[in-house]
Ligand binder design. Structure first.
Ligand SMILES: CCC1=C(C)/C(=C/C2=NC(=C\c3[nH]c(/C=C4\NC(=O)[C@H](C)[C@H]4CC)c(C)c3CCC(=O)O)/C(CCC(=O)O)=C2C)NC1=O
Length: 169
């Protein structure tokens, strides 16, 4: 598991280089957003249950077939599994946000996920929609708390969305 700083150092150490201008710039941009990252993570944490509940109700409002007979989130057990998955996405996005690196998401969330979803018939398109809703709700919540929002905040969600959306070759 890596963060913005260890990733960078690892890359420079491989070739035995001192940190150059590019490295310093990327470190600066990480530290400049440091306080916002930590504050955003605290805001998400304090509102996690509510964010997941809201995102799910919006998702099921937009795609009601998911919770109708034959839908993948139909039955109490599967409904609960879906909300739990949303909670996983939110929690790991929060870790990645603090780390400034999506490595934790690759390692702990995405590895083997597509295969699991495919084998259980969990639809990936609606999952991606759900993550997008989470991202919007998080952005609203963080902004309402008076914390600067921006690419730093969206990146973990965009990474999940991009990786899950990627079509198999
Ligand atoms: C921390 C990393 C991690 C992730 C991400 C994870 C996901 C994950 N989601 C699962 C199931 C599931 N995931 C969903 C999710 C949904 N169904 C829908 O229609 C919606 C689109 C969506 C919610 C947004 C459902 C319904 C199941 C249960 C499927 C079944 O058992 O038939 C399963 C199968 C095992 C189980 O039910 O627990 C895994 C492994 N597990 C992990 O350890």
């Amino acid at each position: 598991m890596r963060d913005a700083v260890t990733s960078l150092i690892k890359n420079y150490d491989i070739t035995g280089r001192y940190l150059d201008r590019d490295a310093i710039d990327s470190l600066k941009s990480y530290f400049v957003t440091g306080t916002a990252r930590v504050q955003a993570a605290a805001t998400i944490t304090a509102n996690a249950a509510e964010l997941v509940k809201q995102a799910a109700s919006q998702l099921f409002g937009d795609l009601p077939e998911l919770i109708r007979p034959g839908g993948n989130a139909y039955t109490t057990r599967r409904y609960a599994a879906c909300l739990r998955d949303m909670d996983y996405y939110l929690r790991y996005a929060t870790y990645a946000l603090v780390a400034g690196d999506t490595d934790v998401i690759d390692e702990r969330v995405l590895q083997g996920l597509r295969e699991t979803y495919n084998s259980l018939g969990v639809p990936i398109g609606p999952t991606v929609v759900g993550i997008g809703i989470l991202k919007d709700l998080v952005t609203e919540k963080v902004q309402a708390a008076g914390i600067e929002v921006g690419a730093y905040l969206e990146q973990p969600f965009d990474h999940l969305i991009a990786e899950l959306s990627e079509t198999d070759v």
